[in-house]
Design a protein around this ligand. Sequence first.
Ligand code: ZN
Length: 288
Amino acid sequence: MLTTMNLSKLKVVPAALGYVALSTALAAFAFGFSGHMVPSGNIWLEWSIKTPLMCFFSFFILDAFRAHFRALAAQSSQLHNFELQKTRCWCCSVNHVHPATSQPLPCDRSILTRCLTAWFGSEQAFNDAIRSSVATALEQQLGYDAFPYTWVLLSTSPYLWSLMDDLASLVGSNGLREDAVRLLVRYPTYWLFTFPTVFTWGMILARFFRAKGRNCRAEFLRNVLVTAMTAPSILLFVFWEIWTRIAFERLVGSLIFLTSAVVGFLISRFFYHWHHGKGILQPNGSRS
Ligand SMILES: [Zn+2]
């Protein structure tokens, strides 16, 4: 018989993660691809084009994150109040008569209830297992991060394709020796630390403003607001990128950029976890 102890190794992966990951991957790919259209000879021109592009693609990622936080809150609430009898079955909704053929239908609910009673001992035991083990697994596995760091790295990895393209275009030329340090230090730094830092601030804001707007315009304006509030972290990154490139020699500037990116990342993650605590799935303001 299954018990809550047997469910301790339960792995919960909400489908909503896929939507955020796909939106992020598409945005990362589009940003990396559009970056190739930007002339790279003049650093000011390069980043004055790339910055609005980053904000533009962030808009779609933040929209996905707001939906993700809404879905997590709804799932958590549903799991904590789960009752097998309150679940909906199509067979019951049509009174166990097929609407097209008028043939009688077996009741899925009664079949499932009998199976679950055999597995868990009783219907109540199954309800208790869902409310405790599944809800706890969801909160422990996703509640702490909502969108784990490894998922951030995987979903932004399409951006690295643009690094490979840059490197390939420099192979065999003097440009590779000159730019190799900058590319090999800065691009992985963007991926490992800078983007996740911007993500983290965006996630804090997306969660805070996750409530759905009353209509399309309100929803659009909420996304604009969250993007505008995330923009300072993008501007700070761009300023730091430019300053460490023009004020220092290549290697020194790149190492300063790397170090500060790691520090900025750790601060943002600390703030994120401090701000959300373990109550990330709870409504705003009820942090325990
Ligand atoms: Zn039924």
